[in-house]
Design a protein around this ligand. Sequence first.
Ligand code: ZN
Length: 410
Amino acid sequence: MSISREQIRELAELQDENTCAVSFYYQPSAPRNKAHKEDIILIKDLARESLRRIQDKAKRDCARQDIERIVRLSTELRTNGTHGKAVFTCADKNVWREFDVPAELGSTQIFIDRHFHLKPLARLLGASPLLAVVLVDKHRARIFDLRLGELAERDDLFHPLSRRGRSDGFGGYDGGHAQRRVEDEVRHHFKNVAGLLKELQEKGVFEKWILACQDAHRPIFESQLHPYISQTLIGHFNADLGHVSADEIRTHAQQILDRWHDERRQDMMNQTLSQARSNGRGVTGLRRVLRSLELGEVQTLLVGENLQGHAVECTRCGHIDAHLVSFCPVCGHATQEIVDVGEAILPWVVRRDIETFYVKDDPEFDKVGNIAALLRFRSEKVQPISVSAAEDLEKAGAEYPGRLRRYARR
Ligand SMILES: [Zn+2]
């Protein structure tokens, strides 16, 4: 079963300083004879190593049963190299979630931490919209979901042409009449499909879509679309609904999606950096991006694949600080150094559904610190809250978002 955004959000919620959340990512080796055996040896090594690194005995004991279960699972894994696996488990909290993912994880990994590690998934999902692929011909329409490289059929609409519509006529008046009748029926069918698309999009079934039909039908079909459905169309390809295979659909659609994604990332990068230069709705560098995340200003986040930043995290309230302070400036609890800041910010990103792009080897991006954000607004322009109001908030306790207080003090 492939993973949904809702499920990732649920995983991001789990955060507890006393727990041991185990995340396991399985990247199958290229299909070779002994590959699976080698995979199992690697997984056993990783399992042993990850347990050894935990200093706290209680936590190690807690993680052990999860780790053992993962090792057992891995001996049963049968994939031909086309699928990877992601498992999130925390026996402590009664959590065991298992997902098939595309075999594009890079490597097999095990993490034991006080929260799940989601970065390999975030890289896969990135800013991928919920995508529909719509196949249309004169009397049929098939609607597919494309999610993490998996194609699943959602709807199959069939409108048989009426008997009169189907007849060719004899030319002359009757023939022309029959011809118009067919055109009317086709237009009516296209209109129905357009209506269904509008309904599905309003329900949140998809955000973007790709059209596949014969080129000749495209202008007539597109003329039936509601303007805002047209705006979410990201590409099309020529296909004969009756003959195209699932593999062909997936390949074409994935190419269109990848291209769209690359263009959007480049566009967001240009906008963010130019906004940051003009001191507008863009920020760069770890410190300023962290602050904007906590202020809830971030609309789109750009993260370098090799972001290396030093930061600490409060194990009680989750505040992340690029100053290496020993105690949390928000709630006063002790902080811990973060090994991978790109991982640590993900729960924020997932919870707020922030569009995130991973950027690979970009010298210009490297210069600004490998992290940047495009903001929906800048809270500097919002009326500042008074210092006394901030102190009232302080009394409200640790569960209150620290960002307001920190903001008032600036
Ligand atoms: Zn704190």
